[in-house]
Design a protein around this ligand. Structure first.
Ligand code: PEP
Ligand code: MG
Length: 766
């Protein structure tokens, strides 16, 4: 029984021993190509492991009757199998063989403990009729014998990722007909890496090569996480025919602990061309050699370290010459159509259809036969929808990403790496996708004479987010429109307009008509909003009356003249100075509660001290309203003071905090928000403002206090992304920003979850 084989012992005929990857590396090694040294833990070793640990029956039992189109069932059973394999005890002799081989690899590589990549190499992986690419795990930057043993075991487990199980069930492979070898290979610390296709897989032009390249390790390109540059090479003279420079937001590197990390690409490299003409030539030459050696079109993973080219993997291109399922229409030169998007043509064919944007896998049922699936990047659990789609368009990805591979296999036109398909396109829009040119046109393209105007229908997609999306309401009259956004509630109901709308100063109302009249002014405004949203919660903010605005009211002559009303007599300090008005607001809430409105919360503006919280609670208690008990009670964080001593407020007893960034910004960076002379300096994303916000959100999270934002910054996607990352529990945005913010939140939540999953790696390559 051969548990371990070295590359010089392997050739293409050894797929059953070393899997597709291992056999191909052996072949390349023996052909004198620049392959980093490696040994392979054989497929036989895997079978021996399964046999000795007696796992086969248990695995069959778990997978019996699986419904692979039910993602939950698929993920659940796949995880059970992988846990079983990862936690099993490796047979001693196998463990020893791996350790000895690793030690030998270290010796060959210079004596020191060396970093290795441990790559899965399934025996059925590179069958010409099945693109199994990337379905099993690779562990990079592994160092130390025990770690290598562990990584091999994790590779074994990765034969059962949801994606792999899905493929095998779909293709009718028995789960145990496929075995897994693990390649343990000296790690190349790539400065640049990518993929090379010796034939253009998009237009199937045998006179062209396609090279994809990105900064850092090749992991990002292969997994589709990084959109790489794409270079088209003329094979006849190795000249560069075409270049597509992608914006490379992130890159994969080895960090100081040897961990593979996805980091933001340094600004100066983001849009910089990765490969020089000279490097392209070097790569293309190796591509020609490999294609000649194998005598067929090949797909090669490469890396560049200190100017040296390394070949990490080569396999046949599986999708050339395949019969197309969908009839490709030809767009003649005579067609005039508006170009909506340009990306990388990843699977040829031209089709028209209705856009359906998938922000979340939960929306998968949206996709009906013939729709065009638009998403940031497809995932394996989207495959059932991808099958129904007539075309696929993604924001991210390159020629080897999931969307590209699957759509080529399905024969479905596909454009990847558009960067903004999910924002430019809208649900139900009719578009035409050219999967060869990588272009998305507006409307259904017909011949010029019969060209019909594009039918564009905007429809809100049902997006569910864990972070609540609420809406700001300043005028009760817009309550219905605000409620129609589908927001989860009102995060800020301003009181000022309820008063300003009457044209009479509240003190005058009190003096002339009495307490009940003023209570009714407030109650009427709040009721309108509470009704429109019932039973969704609304958050009433007590009056934040600036003297300059209230002076204009009938009876407002006594409002003091202030040099800077923004820093003057306003907010809760004024509220407590005029308790007769605040009392009416509290009475209004109490009255509405007695009418049955249980969906009203209260918050107070511009607090700077916990004493203010105590006093407001006392006043409320005196009129029979228990703040924090009868109604949820919170404060607005609008001053650096409140942000800096947030824990003191929490101790005083609050249910939630709402970030009022309009004021927080002006007080933090000393810019009067109403002063047009300094308006250009007003920045809610000033690092100091963001730092205060981050610390408030994180501190509140620690104490179980809910956080929200109701300032304008909550309607800004770039800031909202950060808030979600920091753990804010709700966002309150302007009516017109709700849709955008909902999408931003959904996408950010998915990214946060995805990052967490990737960090934990407990879902394998899924
Ligand atoms: C804020 O300051 O961010 C806020 C929402 O309150 P206003 O704009 O009413 O001052
Ligand atoms: Mg404010």
């Amino acid at each position: 029984m051969k548990l371990v084989a070295w590359l010089d012992e392997l050739s293409n005929d050894d797929v059953n021993i070393a899997g597709g990857k291992g056999a191909s590396l052996g072949e390349m090694w023996n052909a004198g190509l620049p392959v980093p040294p490696a040994f392979v833990v054989t497929a036989e070793a895997y079978r021996y492991f399964i046999r000795e640990t007696k796992l086969d029956e248990k695995i069959r039992e778990i997978l019996r009757g699986i419904d692979v189109n039910n993602s939950e069932d698929l993920m659940d059973r796949s995880k059970k199998v992988r846990d079983l394999i990862t936690n099993a005890k490796m047979p001693k002799d196998l463990e020893l063989s791996i350790i000895e081989s690793y030690n030998k690899l270290c010796e060959i590589s210079g004596g020191e403990e060396t970093f290795v990549a441990v790559r899965s190499s399934a025996t059925a992986e590179d069958l010409p009729d099945a693109s199994f690419a990337g379905q099993q795990d690779t562990y990079l930057n592994i160092k130390g014998a025990d770690e290598v043993v562990n990584a091999v075991q994790r590779c074994f487990a990765s034969l059962f990722t949801p994606r792999a199980v899905f493929y095998r069930e779909q293709k009718g492979f028995d789960h145990f007909q496929v075995a897994l070898a693990a390649v343990v290979q000296k790690m190349v610390n790539a400065e640049k890496a990518g993929v090379l296709f010796t034939v253009n897989p998009i237009n199937q032009n045998y006179d062209e090569m396609v090279i994809e390249g990105a900064w850092g390790l090749g992991e990002g390109v292969v997994s589709g996480t990084v959109s790489p540059d794409t270079y088209i090479i003329d094979k006849t003279d190795l000249s560069v025919k075409d270049i597509y420079i992608a914006r490379k937001e992130t890159m994969f590197v080895k960090d100081e602990n040897g961990e593979t990390r996805e980091i933001p690409t340094p600004e100066d490299l983001k849009e910089k061309r990765v490969l020089s003409d000279e490097e392209l030539k070097k790569l293309a030459e190796k591509g020609i050699l490999i294609e000649k050696h194998y005598n067929r079109p090949m797909d090669i993973e490469w890396a560049l370290e200190s100017g040296e080219v390394y070949m990490l993997q080569a396999r046949p291109i599986t999708t050339l010459g395949k019969e197309k399922k969908k009839e490709a229409k030809k767009i003649g030169e005579e067609i005039e159509a508006k170009i909506l998007l340009k990306g990388i043509g990843a699977s040829p064919g031209v089709v028209s259809g209705k856009v359906k944007i998938l922000y979340d896998i939960e929306e998968i049922d949206k996709i009906k036969e013939g729709d065009i699936l638009v998403t940031k990047m497809t995932t394996p659990d989207m495959v059932p929808a991808m099958k129904k789609a007539s075309a696929i368009v993604t924001d991210d990805g390159g020629l080897t990403c999931h969307a590209a591979i699957i759509s080529r296999e399905l024969g479905t036109p596909c454009v990847v790496g558009t960067q903004k398909a999910t924002t430019v396109l809208k649900d139900n829009m009719v578009i035409t996708v050219d999967g060869e040119k990588g272009i998305v046109y507006e409307g259904e393209i017909k011949k010029k004479e019969e060209a019909a105007p594009a039918q564009v229908v905007y429809a809100g997609a049902p997006i569910i987010t864990a972070t609540e999306i609420k809406v700001n309401v300043s005028m009760p009259e817009v309550a219905e429109r605000a409620a129609a956004t589908g927001a989860d509630g009102v995060g800020l109901l301003r009181a000022e307009h309820m008063i300003l709308g009457t044209g009479v100063h509240p003190i005058k109302v009190l003096e002339e008509k009495g307490e009940e009249a003023l209570v009714d002014v407030f109650a009427e405004g709040i009721r309108k909003v509470a009704d429109a949203f019932y039973p969704r919660p609304i958050t009433y903010r007590t009056l934040d009356a600036p003297t300059d605005e209230f002076r204009g009211l009938e009876g407002g002559d006594d409002e003091p003249e202030e040099h800077n009303p923004m820093m003057g007599w306003r907010g809760i300090r004024r509220g407590l100075d005029q308790p007769e008005i605040l009392k009416c607001e509290l009475l209004a809430i109490k009255k509405l509660r007695e009418e049955g409105y249980k969906n009203i919360n209260i918050m107070i503006p511009l607090v700077t001290s916990p004493d203010e919280v105590r006093e407001v609670k006392k006043l409320a208690y005196e009129i029979g309203l228990n703040l924090g008990k009868d109604v949820e009670f919170g404060i607005m964080v609008e001053t650096p003071a409140a942000a800096l001593i947030i824990e003191d407020f929490i101790k005083e007893g609050i249910n939630f905090v709402s970030l009022g960034t309009n004021d927080l910004t002006q007080y933090t960076i000393a810019i009067d928000r109403n002063n047009e002379f300094v308006a250009k300096y007003y920045r809610e994303n000033h690092p100091a403002v963001l730092k205060l916000i981050e610390s408030v959100i994180k501190t509140c999270k620690k104490h179980g206090i809910k956080t929200s934002i109701c300032g304008q910054a909550g309607s800004r996607p770039a800031i909202v992304e950060k808030l979600v990352e920091w753990g804010i529990t709700s966002i309150s945005a302007n009516i017109d920003a709700i849709d955008t913010i909902r999408k931003t939140v959904a996408r950010t939540e998915q990214r946060v979850i995805l990052d967490a999953i990737r960090d934990k790696k407990d879902m394998g390559n899924f």
